[in-house]
Design a binder for this molecule. Structure first.
Ligand code: ASP
Ligand code: MG
Length: 427
């Protein structure tokens, strides 16, 4: 059995939904689980809606709701020319639910409210795609992912409760018979033991696909993307990219950890545990082989991979009393970063100073600096670029640094990280 995941870009409009149906037509005889995420960039749109609703900005909220509504209705009208089709009724019910949620006063904290509203991106998508697939002959069972994926109540970053989730998934798969050969479900969403909606963290649909694969001992997971496979750099940043045909799990984890936007970082672990290969394929050229992430180290090509992170901030922290940076200071400093949920991308210490690189857009930034300033002198430098190169050599370092000033550098055997002044990389 295979697990397919179709992300937002693969279902961004009516034509892309038709393309998904034609891809699935080729697999119609195989047991399959199809996981879909929200259409196009709808999760971002729902995030904005949530903020307006939470903050009581009624005017902006209504406008954003109208935008989300017409985006989905335009797709529906194109897929179903007959406005009496039952897909309209289903979608309308979902919109009624959203409408009452954004007007309700039951806001038990932002993260709880976020998960209730943002999960509708996937619910709408699941309903629309499912209706169209039924219509176009891809008969299947549609399962609401919230009934299968059971999580704790860490809203916006919920942890999967594995035993219950695996059992739910196995039971659901028992529904499959020769008349309904596949299951369609939503990525990214689940529910807590009280039945409240939860989400698994942004881009979490890949992870959902891996959860299904783990529970069902799938033969492979295929993530259908708008690129021909895994590239060694983002083609929008470096003009010459190389496709990596094969890579092992641990290298894929490293790349995801350093910020390569290939797959959600949590995705690999469940697959690695059961040695289930992950294939990344292009939905516009489905006949091409794509890239395979698996257990096979030998076939891994040693090409340099580049990861660029823009808008980085370098913070230098020095004890006010000019004492050395020691374990006690570091304990306190890390505690402050963790308290304000600020993730460190790179760090380095010298005798009297500790330097840290973080993402520039950080909601906890001002409070973090304020807290650090109690005991430390804090200086920071904004709008920098962090370049990570795996399998580096001197040539490729020079190419991307392109004579820019390097403010921080760290090398290990396989990876180099360079924090440089912003400006163009040599693409
Ligand atoms: N729709 C969610 C997001 O955009 C989950 C996903 O796409 O994987 O973050
Ligand atoms: Mg998405």
């Amino acid at each position: 059995m295979k697990i397919f995941k179709f992300g937002g870009a693969s279902i961004k409009d009516a034509d892309s939904v038709r393309n998904v149906a034609s891809i699935l037509n080729k697999y119609i005889q195989e047991p399959l689980v199809v996981v879909v995420s929200a259409m196009g960039k709808m999760t971002n749109a729902f995030e904005t809606l949530t903020e307006h609703a939470f903050n009581g900005n009624t005017g902006h909220m209504e406008k954003q709701f109208g935008f989300i509504r017409s985006f989905h209705l335009d797709i529906l009208h194109s897929l179903f020319p007959d406005p009496r089709h039952k897909a309209f009724t289903r979608v309308d019910l979902l919109f009624q639910e959203i409408d009452s949620l954004i007007k309700s006063n039951d806001k038990r904290g932002f993260d709880f409210y976020y998960d209730r509203i943002v999960s509708f991106g996937e619910l709408l998508s699941g309903n629309i795609v499912s209706s169209f697939l039924q219509e176009s002959g891809n008969v299947h069972t549609h399962c609401d992912a919230r009934k299968l994926i059971r999580t704790n109540n860490s809203y916006r970053d919920a942890l999967v409760l594995w035993p219950e989730t695996s059992e739910n998934i196995r039971n659901a798969f028992g529904l499959i018979n020769e008349n309904t050969p596949f299951i369609l479900t939503e990525g990214f969403i689940g529910s807590d033991p009280e039945g409240n909606s939860t989400t698994l963290g942004r881009e979490g649909s890949d992870y959902t696909a891996a959860i299904f694969a783990y529970a069902l001992d799938a033969e492979e997971v295929v993530i259908w993307k708008d690129v021909p496979g895994l590239l060694n750099a983002d083609p929008q940043i470096l003009s010459e990219t190389i496709k990596i045909d094969r890579i092992c799990y641990s290298d894929a984890i490293e790349l995801a950890y350093y910020g390569a936007k290939i797959i959600h970082p949590k995705t690999i672990k469940p697959l690695q545990n059961k040695k289930i290969p992950l294939i990344i394929k292009s939905f516009s050229e489905p006949e091409l082989p794509g890239s395979v992430i698996s257990d096979n180290d030998e076939a891994y090509q040693q090409v340099p991979s580049f990861i660029f992170k823009f808008n980085q901030t370098l913070i230098s922290i020095t004890p006010r009393d000019f004492s050395f940076i020691n374990e006690e200071n570091l304990f306190g400093i890390f505690g402050i970063f963790s308290q304000f949920r600020v993730r460190i991308n790179l760090m380095q210490n010298s005798a009297i100073s500790f330097s840290v690189c973080i993402d520039g857009e950080n909601s906890g930034f001002n409070s973090l600096i304020e807290a650090l300033q109690h005991d430390y002198k804090v200086k920071y430098n904004q709008h920098l670029e962090l370049i990570t190169i795996r399998n580096y050599d001197q040539d490729c370092i020079e190419k991307v640094v392109n004579n820019r000033l390097i403010l921080l550098e760290q090398r290990s055997r396989a990876t180099v990280q360079l924090l440089v002044e912003s400006g163009s990389s040599n693409s």
